[in-house]
Design a protein around this ligand. Sequence first.
Ligand SMILES: [Fe+2]
Length: 394
Amino acid sequence: MSSADAHLHRAASEVPYFSADGETYLARTRLRDLHKTRPLRVFSPEQYAFWQTYGYVVVPEAVSPDHARELLDFAWDFQGLDPARPETWYEERTFRSDLDRELHIYGFVEAYHHQLLWDSRQSRRVYDAFVDVWDCEELWVTLDRLNLNPPNIRNRDRALIEHRERGFDINLHWDVDTTLGIPPQRVQGIIALNDTTPEHGGFQCCPELFRTFDRWAALQPEDRDPIRPAVDHGEMPVVRPELKAGDLLIFNGHLAHGVAPNTAGRGARAVQYLAMMPALEGHAELRRSRVDSWHDNTTPTWNATLLGDADRPEAERYGPAELTELGEKLLGLRPWHPAPATGPETAHTGSGAAVEPDAARADSGVVPVESGVVPAESGVVPVESEGGPCVASR
Ligand SMILES: [Fe+2]
């Protein structure tokens, strides 16, 4: 959410996490150094060690391959593209802005709230994986979209995007400012909707840089690029983890990553973007915005690169997704902990339906940002700054 909120809010978790925006978090301990207090639910100790060492981890079949296939079919259909007729993938169209054009090249699908997307979000195995990562149960899920990236040729050619020397680089970058003294914590994820091969491009990353980051950073000039790593790829190889339909890949915002172009002669790369972060239940404006977005099928406002479909927005296509109890908690509609009886306040649902009173802790965890110490949104890579959209980079 592009909120100008000037406060850090404490998440509704026992482990202390603070955030101003629900994207980047300040924590007592970096996620890579975290000592687990809860038993692992999804990961083996070896997988968890891999996550902490290299900055990413794969959850096989986090959702079923059949579900992934349904989402893939939906992605084609939502855009009016025929998977069997490549000529439909490159039809001329007008763009609302340069950003809109870039998003088309990257293959973004402007759907956020279809039932199929929510079914992934409220999948127990997906949720449990993020509980493992954050070591807390009180999470919110990102309201994010899909990606369907056909071969990057013709009007989807990456060469159409202006090259820049510094800042955001679609091929390799960090999603947080890595020069900050207090590193903000951020987690992102993708669910593969089809089996990928290296030629289809997609997520790539530099795990060796993550492993050796502290030593590497200490040797860099003070004016190094905070979000674009300058590394020798011979010493620090870029890898493309192979994913099967339904696999979930979670990565740390401090892992340098990017999206390789689709150079395959045929076939598209497709994913659902999905991550979970500690729930900021005390951030009333953010919570209301999330609930309204779900209820009204409107494009979420947490990031300026989310544009919604130009021709036929979701609200004109289908109604709100049905949520399970877990889904309601992951949205912010239902608090993670039952509230003491504090009064008649009800959360706005847009439908007039009463939901449980907001958690009594609302606003109780707000911490004023001390100027010069931790500026609000300090770790967020500015959207569109120095280049393309950060969220276009997974
Ligand atoms: Fe990124």
